[in-house]
Design a binder for this molecule. Structure first.
Ligand SMILES: [Zn+2]
Length: 317
């Protein structure tokens, strides 16, 4: 193999490696949870819709508020217990959208979305997993206020980890939607695609939701075939990543491409083509002569591509 660019140490994958103890055994202690929220070492992440509220603290931004301060920011729609960070209780507080909008005028706060926080490194990286947990869970509450079984309003219980229907007695749990994200590989080449939503120079892995009744491997093969016309054989798991936009679990894979001709489904993607490992290395290092890039390290696609560049991916062909 020719000499390839040294890409340096592996960067951290965003929203992963949470230091939080979810302390699920504490969720049914309603009175104790309320008391925990008032303790001096408790902290609340505050958000609404896509936006997160951060405090300006000197040159830094702090995402944690005392419970009383969090509640004073606006109309609270939901409160959830996230767990214990080295014994310090952590909660998520969901404000209604109008309250969030009104906070944008305040100089002591910064209101921005979680993608921007992660990509720009606006807060200590240790806050990203609990922020992702809070966003996915609070987003679920915001969209599941009525029983899908009978239509009656539901009530949050278990520290926000379940909603119960008082009418038909159904219990509803927060959902996580599996998304397969993959690199189809043959020899020294792999396929990347472009969505119309991407920045003009960015190429990434193909991806799509796993469907009911489908294995991860079947979803990988179906999505690659639908989007590019390429048939895939063996599929190997790489790593996963919570992706709280709104509540996905990205399941990263490498796949063995069995054909090479690309037939693009323009209703799904804008473009797709083959890339060799040399070109991908330049893209990862942001040194491509035409300015082409991969997604940043906060996204699992970056790591799936890098794994292929450095060791051929873990699809052993
Ligand atoms: Zn019901």
């Amino acid at each position: 193999m020719p000499d390839r660019l040294d890409l340096g140490p592996h960067p951290h994958l965003g929203y992963t490696a949470s230091a939080l103890d979810r302390a699920a055994n504490r969720r049914d202690e309603r009175a104790k949870l309320a008391k925990l929220a008032e303790s001096s070492n408790a902290g609340c992440y505050v958000m609404g819709g896509e936006l997160v509220v951060l405090r300006n603290v000197g040159d830094a931004l702090d995402p944690l508020f005392a419970a009383a301060d969090a509640r004073a920011l606006g109309a609270v729609r939901d409160e959830v217990f996230l767990g214990l960070m080295r014994q310090a209780p952590r909660f998520g507080v969901g404000l209604d959208p109008a309250s969030i909008e009104s906070l944008k005028a305040r100089n002591d706060l910064k209101i921005t979305d979680l993608r921007t926080i992660a990509v720009q490194g606006l807060v200590d990286a240790g806050h990203l997993p609990p922020l992702a947990e809070a966003k996915a869970l609070l987003g679920w509450h915001a969209r599941h206020r009525f029983c899908p079984n009978c239509g009656a309003p539901t009530l949050a219980v278990q520290g926000g980890w379940r909603r119960d229907c008082p009418n038909c007695k159904a219990e509803h749990f927060p959902r996580t939607d599996p998304v397969v994200i993959m690199l189809a590989i043959t020899g020294d080449r792999c396929v990347l695609g472009r969505s119309p939503r991407f920045a003009a120079t960015m190429w990434s892995c193909l991806a799509g939701f796993a469907e009911p009744g489908e294995t991860i491997e079947e979803a990988v093969r179906r999505e690659v075939l639908e989007e590019t016309g390429i048939a895939c054989g063996r599929v190997s798991y790489f790593a996963s990543q919570p992706w709280p936009f709104p509540s996905s679990l990205m399941i990263g894979c490498h796949a063995e491409a069995l054909s090479e001709k690309i037939v693009i489904d323009r209703s799904e993607i804008e473009d797709a083509r083959w890339f060799d490992r040399e070109e991908l290395a330049l893209m990862l290092a942001r040194r491509h002569p035409d300015g082409l890039t991969t997604p940043p390290p906060v996204a699992i696609a970056h790591h799936i591509i890098r794994s292929f560049v450095e060791d051929g991916g873990n699809v052993v062909l």
